[in-house]
Design a protein around this ligand. Structure first.
Ligand SMILES: Nc1nc2c(ncn2[C@@H]2O[C@H](COP(=O)(O)OP(=O)(O)O)[C@@H](O)[C@H]2O)c(=O)[nH]1
Ligand SMILES: [Mg+2]
Length: 295
C-alpha cells in the first residue's frame, strides 16, 4: 500500500466523524447550527481549540464559495513540514521515550525497519531495564529484523547498557543507534534524570553522534496525551513526536494540538502493529486524509 493510502485508511474514523458537517458546508448556506456541528466534530477529533476557533471565525467572517478549501488551508498552516519530510541523519542516537504502553518498543522495531530501507545501518539498544519482558520483546524484534542488539536483562542501570551498546555500535560501524527506554519510574523526575544521564553519556563519550529524542504518544488518549507530552517536554528536550495507534482512532487530529500547544512536530505516525506500519509524517497527506479528497 502507498504511504498516502495508508494514512487515508488509518484516519477513516476521524474523517467520517467530521465528514457530515463538511458535506453540509458544500451543499447549503453556512448557518449557526452548522458551525456548531463543525466545531463539535473538530474538537472531538482533537484538532485543538485554537485551530478550531480560527476555522469557525474565518468561516463566519469570510464570504467564501470554497469553505472546505479554506478549512484545508488553515489546517495545513497549523502543522510543521509542509514540504520537508523529516529524516534521521547518519551518526544519530535516537532515544524512544514515552509512557508504558504507548508503543515505544514496537516503534523502535518499526523505525529500525524504515531506516534500514534508507540504507542506514542500524544498531538496537534495549535500555528499558525496569521491565523483565522488555529486553525479550526487543530481542525478538532484532532477531526478526536480523539486526545487532545490546540489552541486558540482568542490569538495572540503563546507562551501563547504553555504554556497552554504543561501544559495540561504533565497532560495528553502525549509522544509527535506536534506544528503547523505560516508561515508568517512581516519579517523572527520576525518569527524566535517568534520560538526562544517558544523553550526557552520549555527549561525553560518543560526541560524533547527535541525539534525536522522540516521544511516543498514543493517539487515542486525547487530552491525556497532551498532559503526557507536557510533562516530558517540561523536563527533557524532545525533538519530535511519534503518534502511535493512529489506525482506528477517531481522534486523529491530535497532531494539531501537539504543535499548537507545545510546538513539537509529529515526525512519524504508527498505523498498526506490523514492521511496515510506521510512516513519515506528511502534512499534506495528513490533512487530505482528515477532510477527505473528494471535494
Ligand atoms: N494498532 C496499533 N497498535 C500498536 C501500535 N504501536 C504499538 N502498538 C501496540 O501497543 C502495545 C504496546 O506497545 P509496546 O511497544 O510494548 O509499548 P511500550 O510499553 O511503550 O514499549 C503492543 O500491543 C503493540 O503491538 C500502532 O501503531 N497501532
Ligand atoms: Mg516497551
Amino acid at each position: 500500500m502507498k504511504i498516502g493510502a495508508k494514512i487515508f485508511k488509518a484516519l477513516s474514523k476521524t474523517r467520517s466523524s467530521i465528514s457530515a458537517p463538511l458535506k453540509a458546508l458544500k451543499r447549503k448556506k453556512i448557518d449557526e447550527s452548522l458551525l456548531y456541528q463543525l466545531e463539535d466534530s473538530l474538537i472531538a477529533s482533537d484538532v485543538g481549540v485554537n485551530t478550531t476557533e480560527l476555522i469557525i471565525e474565518k468561516l463566519t467572517s469570510n464570504k467564501t464559495d470554497d469553505p472546505v478549501g479554506l478549512i484545508r488551508e488553515i489546517l495545513i498552516k497549523h502543522l510543521p513540514y509542509h514540504t520537508d519530510i523529516p529524516v534521521i541523519p547518519p551518526k544519530s542516537v535516537v532515544f524512544l521515550v514515552g509512557v508504558n504502553g504507548t508503543g515505544k518498543t514496537t516503534t523502535v522495531a518499526k523505525l529500525a525497519n524504515l531506516l534500514s530501507k534508507q540504507n542506514l545501518k542500524i544498531f538496537l539498544v534495549g535500555a528499558d531495564t525496569y521491565r523483565a519482558a522488555a529486553s525479550a520483546q526487543l530481542e525478538e524484534w532484532a532477531r526478526r529484523l536480523n539486526m545487532k542488539i545490546v540489552c541486558n536483562a540482568q542490569s538495572s542501570d540503563p546507562s551501563a547498557v547504553l555504554f556497552d551498546g554504543l561501544k559495540s555500535a561504533v565497532k560495528n560501524n553502525s549509522d544509527v543507534v535506536i534506544v528503547d527506554t523505560a516508561g515508568r519510574l517512581h516519579t517523572y523526575k527520576n525518569l527524566m534524570a535517568e534520560l538526562e544521564k544517558m544523553v550526557r553519556l552520549v555527549n561525553q563519550h560518543f560526541p560524533e553522534f547527535s541525539i534525536v529524542s522522540l516521544l511516543t504518544i498514543d493517539a487515542n488518549l486525547g487530552q491525556n496525551s497532551l498532559i503526557q507530552a507536557r510533562e516530558f517536554t517540561r523536563l527533557f528536550k524532545i525533538d519530535g513526536v511519534i503518534l502511535t495507534k493512529m489506525d482506528g482512532t477517531a481522534r486523529g487530529g491530535i497532531a494539531f494540538s501537539l504543535f499548537e500547544e507545545l510546538k513539537i512536530p509529529v515526525m512519524y505516525i504508527g498505523v498498526g502493529e506490523k514492521l511496515d506500519d510506521l510512516i513519515p509524517f506528511d502534512a499534506n497527506e495528513y490533512v487530505k486524509s482528515i477532510i477527505g479528497i473528494d471535494e
